[in-house]
Design a protein around this ligand. Sequence first.
Ligand SMILES: [Mg+2]
Length: 95
Amino acid sequence: MTEKELYKRALKDWGKEPQMMQVIEEMAELTKEILKNINRKKENIAELVEETADVEIMLGQLKCCYGIEQKVADYKAEKIKMIAKRLEDFEKGNK
Ligand SMILES: [Mg+2]
């Protein structure tokens, strides 16, 4: 079973609304672990790994749910180019 097939199955079996609420829950859990790491200097790499994976899985379901995989990939590619350009400009300005 591919990842996409699994996401489709999860959406079909468990429903769109619960799965989209799960996206929000997992993002909140990742947010909490980032805050613990930065604000409280906590050694929580294992938790960051777990919550990052959870968010990636749920973002896969979100993209599948709305059928926006290609649009996200295209936008992301453009955004990465823009960030690379900004970094070049920033680094030139700092020399
Ligand atoms: Mg989680």
